[in-house]
Design a protein around this ligand. Sequence first.
Ligand SMILES: NC(=O)C1=CN([C@@H]2O[C@H](COP(=O)(O)OP(=O)(O)OC[C@H]3O[C@@H](n4cnc5c(N)ncnc54)[C@H](O)[C@@H]3O)[C@@H](O)[C@H]2O)C=CC1
Ligand SMILES: O=C(O)[C@@H]1CCC=N1
Length: 259
Amino acid sequence: MALDFSIGIIGSGMLGAAIAEALWRAEPKSLLMANRSGARPDIEGFPPENVLTDPQVLVEACDVVILCVPPAAARDLRIDAKDKLVISVMAGVPLSELTRISASPRVIRAMSSPAAAKGLAYSPWFASDAVTEDDRARTRALFEACGQTDELTDEAQIDLFTAMTGPVPGFVAACAAAMARHAEDQGVPPEIADRAVRQLFLSAGQMMGEGPTPQTHVQEMIDYAGTTAKGLTTLRDNGFAERLAEGLAAATQASRDIY
Ligand SMILES: NC(=O)C1=CN([C@@H]2O[C@H](COP(=O)(O)OP(=O)(O)OC[C@H]3O[C@@H](n4cnc5c(N)ncnc54)[C@H](O)[C@@H]3O)[C@@H](O)[C@H]2O)C=CC1
Ligand SMILES: O=C(O)[C@@H]1CCC=N1
């Protein structure tokens, strides 16, 4: 679906600017942004006059409004968007609050990531009862311009994805950093460890973007019974998945507690 509707983004920080970059590339009918300073995001060809300082002026000019301010700022944000589709990508702000903030019954709570700028975000979303099929089509189109997207049937899972896919490179960076540190501990110069690990994660990301699932990749390497199998089974037997799950659960809980 073409972005044949007008879109406004309130908040043009790291995430708002990344989503705007993706949407601008998809040539929407119109794209406005609002922030407190009126500063223009660094997006090639984005007209400075499309950046406003009054969120309500933006709302009145748009069919779809995306809320992208910090969760703490959402407490004081009030717009009158009662006949608009309102989508939030804010961490931890519940669906019920979105109607209070915007006066719209047609609200969507979503998660996305700054990888949207490269068209690589994963953006799951959960819709209120009043959201129409037309709204759903627009939401899908908008998030497909940012990468991959899914509609969820359980709002609580948005907190899980806030932990898992909202931060990019997030938990994957933690794994890369641990590998680089191990190489350095074995005497590898830091710049070589850094280059090696970046190349590994770049190639791994591309290989896992298609083909077998990650679980299948792991099982295939274990079944191959070579050097990697020894390492993977050691990780498995020492609770790697369980420790990672603890980290994700803590971040998920932080999303539930933030607002
Ligand atoms: N940065 C990230 O990696 C991710 C961020 N998020 C969520 O996206 C939202 C924005 O995060 P960032 O872009 O990182 O924040 P940021 O601090 O980089 O930018 C916040 C933006 O909101 C604007 N703003 C703040 N208060 C405002 C108000 N009352 N009215 C209008 N504009 C206001 C600021 O001027 C700025 O443009 C947050 O709710 C965060 O939880 C979600 C996923 C990933
Ligand atoms: O860490 C954070 O709070 C933001 C929200 C989701 C990902 N990053």
